[in-house]
Ligand binder design. Structure first.
Ligand SMILES: Nc1nc2c(ncn2[C@@H]2O[C@H](COP(=O)(O)OP(=O)(O)OP(=O)(O)O)[C@@H](O)[C@H]2O)c(=O)[nH]1
Length: 189
């Protein structure tokens, strides 16, 4: 009999400052094209079956509205999230600085010390306007026990890796004896 493992469900929330490229990254992953224009997101949910490590994962990817330091985590918005993708633009130091702020809000809200998380340096094609070195991104991820990758939705570089890394972070924390990891019950709005 095909068990639950044949199609595991995973909810992934994509968070970060405004205009860092969250929607473009998700749309490139789901629909394989790049959005040139900027349309601020309210919230969109996408689904995709993602093969990882010999298993098909039914991923629900929640593309959230851009965050700032005043955005609040509200219990009314809390839903079961298994993994977090925190996105900054390599061309915006401010968006990079927001990553720790968002990370800490999630940790505080969930009352945990560690979450399955991938930190993403988006827009790596913008070589001439880079404000964040790769080494800074790697250091931030290491300090927070998170995975890290740089991407370009425009050139479709490393976009699929983001979601594979996120599944890896989720699965790393899932006890082998239990079929489903406990959702972290958090969503930053
Ligand atoms: N050069 C370049 N531009 C990008 C890339 N990804 C996104 N952009 C552009 O950046 C702008 C913002 O992209 P969005 O994907 O809408 O950003 P967002 O983070 O979803 O924005 P919010 O909805 O406000 O949170 C758009 O004009 C995109 O075309 C990329 O990889 N390279």
């Amino acid at each position: 009999m095909a068990g639950r493992d044949a199609m595991k469900k995973r909810k992934i929330a994509v968070l970060g400052s405004r205009s860092v490229g969250k929607s473009s990254m998700v749309v490139q992953f789901i629909e394989n094209h790049f959005i040139e224009s900027y349309y601020p997101t309210i919230e969109s949910t996408f689904v995709k079956s993602v093969p990882y490590n010999g298993t098909e994962y039914h991923c629900e990817i929640i593309d959230t509205a851009g965050q700032d330091e005043y955005s609040l985590l509200g219990p009314k918005h809390a839903i079961g999230i298994h993994g977090f993708v925190l996105v900054y633009s390599v061309a915006s130091r401010k968006s990079f600085d927001m990553i720790q702020v968002i990370y800490d809000k999630i940790i505080d809200f969930c009352g945990v010390i560690d979450i399955p998380c991938v930190i993403v340096g988006a827009k790596m094609d913008l070589k001439n306007s880079r404000q964040v070195d790769s080494a800074d991104g790697e250091r931030l991820a290491a300090a927070n026990n998170a995975a890290w990758v740089e991407t370009s939705a425009k050139d479709n570089v490393n976009v699929a890796n983001v979601f594979e890394l996120c599944l890896a972070e989720i699965e790393k924390r899932a006890p082998r004896s239990q079929p489903e990891p406990k959702p972290s019950n958090c969503l930053v709005m």
